[in-house]
Design a binder for this molecule. Structure first.
Ligand code: UFG
Length: 338
């Protein structure tokens, strides 16, 4: 049984990926510092899969601890999620983002190299494309200057990994996620934002639950069918499965290059109004909202061309926006009961 380290394995995407890895028979070791996650997620994962993953409370900024972990645990691959991800915060706290997202990546890669661990999957983002000019976005679309420190940390992260693969025994895949949403069908794990949500879907569910008074729709004067920005919302379970397929690709030596990049989205674009309407319909609820000014740094659209992931990686999304918005609401309801 291959052993996979999942950094940030108690976070939103990490926890769903741990479930899919365990379902496929991999042994998982989670590293998480609990800075933006909850230890209770471990019970959710255990209850879904029937197996408790090993858990290590390690802050990856602690270089010595990272070294000790890799020395003491012989592993076959690493999926690196652990990072800060609030776009707005990254503008005001750039050093936090470069330390959390770049320094930790370097420490992990150094220890993988020292301990001859050669398989690496990097949690990247559609933000690497910046304010794209053409849609849908393919992997060959230009990497434009990042709009914020978060996006820049993902661009730099990809470059660091690519440089290492050129000279060291490292095979890597960067998965560029579009907008991950939804939760596991068991409703035992889901998205758990701390404080006021920054992202659309948790804000919508908390508004529906009465925790927030109303949703602010950030601008309706974009050049789209209804004036609100378009995103490619991808169900987190589909996204999690892409990681399992990518890890198998590394183990089975199917790579065409030592560093590969794949867009992970659905190829379907939805506006903010489309999301609100679909949420209201599938859950039979009404959302209070008002249109306010545009949010700084937002782009008109992100839409993935997923043909390369379909044909080369052999992955495609199966779940829909409706599935995601239904599971997001069921998860939110469960939080209220607690
Ligand atoms: N939006 C609102 N009101 C809100 C929140 C969001 O109208 O209260 C709109 C935004 O303007 C945007 C859309 O909903 O048009 C989606 O916004 P999100 O904040 O949910 O996500 P982003 O598209 O801004 O995604 C960014 C980065 C991703 C990153 C993600 C998570 O592009 O790479 O934030 O932090 F993963």
């Amino acid at each position: 049984m291959q052993k996979i380290v999942v950094t940030g394995g108690l976070g939103f995407i990490g926890s769903h990926t741990v479930v899919e890895l365990q379902n496929e028979g991999f042994e998982v070791l989670i590293i998480d510092n609990l800075s933006n996650s909850n230890i209770g997620v471990l019970d959710g994962i255990t209850s879904i899969t029937g197996k408790k993953p090993a858990f290590f409370k390690i802050d990856l900024k602690d270089k010595q601890k990272v070294a000790q972990f890799f020395k003491e645990n012989k592993v076959d691959g690493v999926i690196h999620f652990a990072a800060s991800k609030a776009v707005g915060e990254s503008v005001h706290e750039p050093l936090k983002y470069y330390e959390n997202n770049i320094a930790t990546l370097i420490y992990v890669l150094q220890e993988m190299n020292k301990n001859k661990v050669t398989n690496f999957i990097f949690s990247s983002s559609c933000t690497v494309y910046g304010d794209a000019d053409e849609f849908p976005i393919t992997e060959k679309s230009p990497i434009k200057k990042a709009e914020n420190a978060y996006g820049n940390s993902k661009q730099i992260g990809e470059e660091i990994i690519a440089d290492v693969t050129k000279v060291k025994n490292l095979n890597a895949i960067a998965l560029r996620y579009f907008n991950p949403i939804g939760g596991h069908k068991s409703i035992k794990i889901g998205e758990l934002p701390l404080g006021v949500p920054q992202n659309l879907i948790p804000y919508v569910t908390q508004t529906a639950a009465g925790i927030r008074k109303e949703l602010s729709v950030f601008g309706n004067d974009y050049e789209t069918h209804d004036g609100t920005p378009i995103r490619d919302y991808i169900h987190v379970t589909d996204l999690a499965k892409a990681h399992v397929i990518a890890m198998k690709r590394l183990f089975e030596d199917k790579q065409k290059a030592k560093m590969e990049y794949f867009n992970i989205g659905t190829g379907v674009g939805s506006s903010v109004f489309d999301v609100i309407k679909t949420f209201e319909k599938v859950n039979d609820l009404k959302i209070n909202y008002k249109v306010v000014d545009r949010r700084e740094g937002d782009v008109t659209a992100y839409l993935a061309d997923v043909s390369f992931a379909n044909t080369e990686l052999g992955w495609r999304s199966e779940l829909t926006l409706k599935d995601a918005l239904r599971s997001a609401w069921l998860w939110q309801e469960k939080q209220e009961i607690k």
